[in-house]
Structure formats: C-alpha cells, structure tokens
Design a protein around this ligand. Structure first.
Ligand code: 6R9
Length: 632
C-alpha cells in the first residue's frame, strides 16, 4: 500500500509532511479507502469547545471497507481465526466471504427487531466470533455499539445501558474461561431489572448452561438469523456519525462514554495497524486483548480487518490448560505478529521458561505491548525468551480516547529501547507541559503529556455530556488535549511514559478510577469514609489499596475487610476488587478537608518513612496509626 513506511528515513519524511501539511497528508492516506462520497474538507477543529471534525461531509460505511472491499481480492482468505478456551475444541476460521455473509445476515436480523441508524446496542459477550459479528452488524446498519467487558457486574452493566439508553442487548448464555464457566445471561437479567430502554435481547448459545429466556424480550441468536438473508446494503454514514461508545474510567465520578466516529477512526486504525506491526499480506496476526477494551476494538477487529489481515481471536486465558497456552497457539496458527499486555508477560514470567520450551515460536516476527508501562525485566524476558532475540518489540502507548496507537516504534524500523514507547506516529503532535502549562522544549525533559493538534481517531465527545469531555481533556491546559499521563523525553528525543498523573490507577492494564472504587466501598453500610490508591504490584503493575474508616460495632476487622472486597466485586466487578483493605481510625486531611493521597500512596507502597513535612495536616497524628497498621 502506498501509505506504508519502510525505513527510518521514510518515517522521518512522513512525520515532517504530516506536521507541515496535515490536510494533504491525511487526504492521501484516506484516498485508498472506499468512500460513497469524498469529503469537502479534511479537518475542522477547535480545542476550546472542543469541536473536531475529520473528512467533513464524507460519506462511507466502515463495513464496506472491511468486508465488501476485500471480497474480490481476498474473499477466501481467513479474516478471523477463533481459538476456543479448550484446546480440545475445534478452532473456527471465517474467511472474508463468510464474515461478510454473517455480518449482513445478523445486520438484517437486528434491523428486523427494530434497531436502526443511531440506536444504541450494548454487546455483553464472551470472546467469540459472534462478538465481532455483532459489532460489524451494528456498524453495517448505522447502530452505535457499546461493548461492556463481560467481567463487569450487573450494576456496572445497567449504569452503562441507562447512560446510553440502549435499545438492544446482545449477549450469550455463559462464558468459558479456563476451567470456569461464568454466567453471562444471568448478569444481564439482573441488570435489566433497572433498565427501561431495552426492547429486546439476543442470546448466543455458547456454554449450553441453563438460563431463563423471557418471552417477548429474549430471543436466541440462532432463531434470530433463521431464514434471514445474507445480503444487506450498508447504510450510508457521515464521517462524523457515531460508530461506537466505549465506557472508560476517569479520575472522577462514573465512567464516561467515549465517542468515536466513522471516518477518522477508520483511517487511523488501519494506518496505524499497518505501520506499527508492519503487517504483510498473508501474515497471521494475534492480539490477546478482549473486545471489551479499546485494544480489542481497534486492533482485533477494526484496524486489522480494514487492512485485510488475518486476525486471531482467543476465548480463553493465558494459563489454561497450562502456562504454555499462548505459545501453543502461536505455533498452531503460525502467528507472525503477537500483541499482548505487560501484566500477561509478568504473569507468565513467574512460571519460568519451562512452559515455553516445547514450542518453536519461529513464525514470530513482531511482538507488541500495550496497556501500561512495561518494566525492563519483562521487556527483556519477552524479547529473549518469546522473541528469541530476533523480534522487535513495539511498546505502543495510546488510550481509549485516542482510538489508535499514538507513540510506538514501527516494527523493525525504529530502533527500540526497553521501556520506551519511542516516537510519535505521523500526525501525532506531542508536547510536554509543566504544571503551569509552559511547554518544555528540547530533550531531557519531564512533564505532562499533551497533544496540540487533532488526529483522525480522537474522541469527539463523552456521550450525553459534552461539557464533561471539555472539562476532563481540554481544560487543564487550554488548547491542548491532556492525556493524564506523565512522560519523559530523553536525551535522544525518545518518549518514556511514566504513568498516570491523575487519580486513575492501572490494574493489569485495566483503567480504574480511585473515586469509582471509593464510591463502591462507601455503599457498604458500615463504611464511613474511604480513600483508594494504587501501589506497585509485581504482576498487576498496580494493585488497589483501600484505606477505610468503619463503624466497627459488632464486627471484626477480618470480617469487614472481606465484606468490603465483596461489595466492590458486586458493584463494579472482580477487576476492581481491592487487593488490600486497611481499616483506619482516620484519613490524613489538609486544612481544607482534602484527603492527602500523596501520603497514602507512600504508605501503601511501603515508603511510609519518607513522608516529608506533614505538620500542615489537620490531623497529623493519624498518620502514625495508619503506618502501624499498613500491610506490605
Ligand atoms: C490502549 C489502552 C490508557 C492508559 C494510558 C496509560 C496506560 C497504555 C501504555 C500505557 C505506558 C504503554 N498505557 N499503553 N502506559 N506504556 N505502552 O490501554 O487504553 O485502557 O484507555 O488505558 O493506559 O496510562 O493513559 P486504556
């Protein structure tokens, strides 16, 4: 493809062009896609309101670019290879032709149930090919999908359904994960007790477990598609029509619905996929993420399929039936590009190299990392034992809000450095600002990572609350998008992400707002006040540490600690369950009543003897008591 970079000088040339004349740059990239009508203007933007439009007045359907466009060139090539949880079960291959037929058929089926352009559809499913089919069927008819990770609780699910007033929920009976069978439909039933907007649910039979089907509301997937045509003319969408909403955690309040639109997201995910992974026609690419997260959206489904790639979808977990499963899959399907998270690498590293030894791994060409900073030890283990010292590692920094990879080496082109995401992709104009908003120019500087110019796949709004988008991302530093991450630019101009500078913690690559976890803890009737912070955790990257003031009457510490963990489990889901709960007599506060999280963070990370001056606190005496009770 003409937009493929092949060398370091090529990258530098393209980067310069993308900054000097973004309009010509992006219009050249966008030209290779199928548009029903070309755009009038490449970009219109204002970071104050904010208001960003790409490929203004362009008309397209993203699924025509994913499916119809590839029918004649690679109709019989595998689009999705699905590897089930249990290696004894057969894998499934869907060619582009088959995927096209299935998406069209399911699109017709949901249309027949009354879903149309602009309607919101919640997808709450295991990692099965039908999850991708459901996404693309929504996109085909112009419905807006919102995937909720199937590990979230009924409560978290109903909040999201209600926030976007979804008309339909697409789900499954259950989910196989390792040797567990997890109820899925049951959670939907519970959630729907509090949701008025949902008119129907479609249920895929996966585990065959017993579930309740409510007549008039629930319909089986296989019944919904029975006798339905596999031909469907895609809905014409505007570049700026919504493609999907994905809820993500921030530093305050409830998760917000990040909105991505059709045109820009299409161009950027395809472009970044091809360049970062250096995907070649015929390669087999595997991203281990779940489609419930942005990585699954952009780099299992949209980016790879837009590029005509073969993308593997894996239902299971890295340690089932044993810690060699990832490597078994790499050999079985001759994977060329493998993309996973540091937390998975660290978890497997703990088993040593023995589980890797039976496998050749000689098809691997590129290794990717995403979700959190990768520590040097994990980087070297990945490089030496998985990549056998011959595969470049692309450490890709990006966010739900950025839609696509922003800072990353281009595989085999950009010289790598352990723990560095290295350089921005073409079109990405990074700046580092100090806390007062002054730009820190030159090399060897450290500060807040911001972006000063729009890129095609950036978020457009937060669903139903545009002001929240403005406050969260565009107000801290006027006229800049603020990422929430701290960053260092070293002496070579390379970027190293230092982690969040706000109250967001990153647990096994999953974003959690501390306020969100606190709100859940505070639901427990015996809890008076709580403060949650992250602390370094060997495998998860960060663990969740909760300091809680409780009414102890009639309770033991041990009992209450357990109940508090359970409460969070129930309200948000297992991923938010605190690793440690410490019951404390008070929380350190400033004279204006703000909790001093800095102090709690230090205590939680075992650095309690290094607190600096605490004399200005309202209640310095409480600090000693907290330190004494801390667990490490
Ligand atoms: C894609 C994704 C975004 C946050 C982001 C940052 C952290 C992601 C990273 C990384 C260091 C990397 N993060 N990739 N930190 N190096 N390569 O993960 O999106 O779930 O929205 O999380 O994850 O802190 O701000 P999301």
């Amino acid at each position: 493809m003409s937009d493929r970079i092949h060398s370091l000088s090529g990258y530098m040339y393209e980067y310069q062009k993308s900054v000097q004349d973004p309009e010509s740059f992006w219009s050249r990239i966008a030209d290779s896609f199928h548009w029903r009508k070309k755009w009038d203007k490449v970009v219109d933007w204002n970071f104050e309101t904010p208001d960003v439009k790409w490929f203004v007045n362009g008309k397209l359907n993203i699924t025509e670019n994913i499916l119809d466009r590839h029918l004649y060139t690679r109709g019989d090539q595998a689009a999705i290879i699905w590897e089930p949880n249990d290696p004894e079960e057969e894998h499934i291959t869907l060619t582009y032709k088959e995927l096209h037929a299935k998406v069209c058929q399911f699109a017709n089926a949901i249309k027949a149930k009354g879903v149309g352009k602009g309607d919101r559809v919640i997808i709450y499913m295991p990692m099965v090919p039908e999850a991708a089919i459901a996404m693309l069927a929504c996109a085909r008819i112009g419905a807006i999908h919102s995937i909720v990770f199937a590990g979230f609780s009924a409560n978290a699910l109903s909040d999201r359904i209600n926030d976007c007033k979804a008309k339909m929920v697409i789900t499954a009976d259950g989910n196989f994960r390792g040797n567990k069978q997890i109820p899925v439909k049951e959670v939907v039933d519970e959630a729907l007790k509090n949701c008025d907007s949902v008119e129907s649910t479609i249920v895929l039979k996966r585990t065959g477990q017993d579930i309740q089907m409510t007549s008039g509301l629930d319909i089986w997937w296989h019944d919904a598609i029975e006798g339905v045509s596999s031909e469907n003319k895609a809905e014409e969408m505007d570049s700026e029509d919504m493609l999907f909403i994905l809820y993500t955690s921030g530093s305050t309040g409830q998760p917000k619905g990040v909105v991505h639109t059709c045109g820009g997201y299409m161009i950027y995910t395809a472009y970044s996929f091809q360049n970062v992974f250096q995907y070649n026609q015929g390669d087999v690419y595997w991203c281990t993420a779940d489609v419930g997260w942005i990585t699954g959206h952009s780099y299992i489904v949209y980016g790879p399929l837009l590029a005509g790639a073969t993308s593997i979808m894996f239902e299971g977990v890295p340690t089932f039936p044993d810690a060699g499963r990832f490597w078994a899959i790499c050999d079985k399907h001759q994977v060329n590009q493998f993309y996973t998270a540091p937390t998975a690498i660290r978890a497997l590293q703990a088993y040593g190299t023995e589980p890797i030894e039976p496998y050749k791994l000689d098809s691997l060409k590129v290794l990717g990392s995403v979700g959190e900073p990768i520590n040097e030890e994990a980087w070297h283990w990945y490089h030496d034992h998985v990549g056998k010292g011959k595969c470049p590692i692309v450490d890709t920094w990006w966010q739900t809000e950025t839609g696509g990879i922003m800072v990353s080496p281009l595989a085999g082109i950009t010289p790598t450095k352990p723990a560095y995401a290295t350089l921005p992709l073409p079109g990405v104009q990074l700046v580092i600002l100090d806390n007062e908003g002054n730009e820190l120019k030159g090399n060897s500087v450290e500060g807040n990572l911001c972006i000063k110019f729009p890129w095609p796949s950036m978020l457009r709004t937060t669903y139903g609350d545009h002001d929240r988008c403005k406050q969260t991302y565009f107000s801290t530093f006027p006229n800049h998008y603020f990422t929430g991450d701290g960053v260092k630019r070293d002496e070579d101009g390379y970027y190293r992400i230092l982690g969040r500078v706000d109250d967001v913690i990153n647990v096994s690559g999953h974003r959690m707002g501390t306020a969100e976890v606190e709100n859940a803890i505070n639901e427990h009737p015996k809890v008076i006040e709580s403060a949650v912070v992250g602390y370094p955790h060997d495998i998860k990257g960060q663990g969740i540490y909760a300091f809680v003031i409780c009414d102890m009457e009639g309770r033991t510490q041990e009992g209450l600690t357990k109940e508090i963990k359970e409460t969070v489990n129930k309200i948000i889901g297992p991923i938010a369950r605190p690793d440690k709960v410490q019951i404390v007599p008070g929380l350190p506060k400033t004279r204006s009543g703000k909790i001093m999280r800095r102090i709690l963070r230090k205590i939680a990370s075992g650095d309690g003897d290094n607190l600096g001056d605490i004399s200005t606190l309202l209640n310095p005496e409480v600090v000693e008591a907290i330190k004494e009770g801390a667990s490490h």
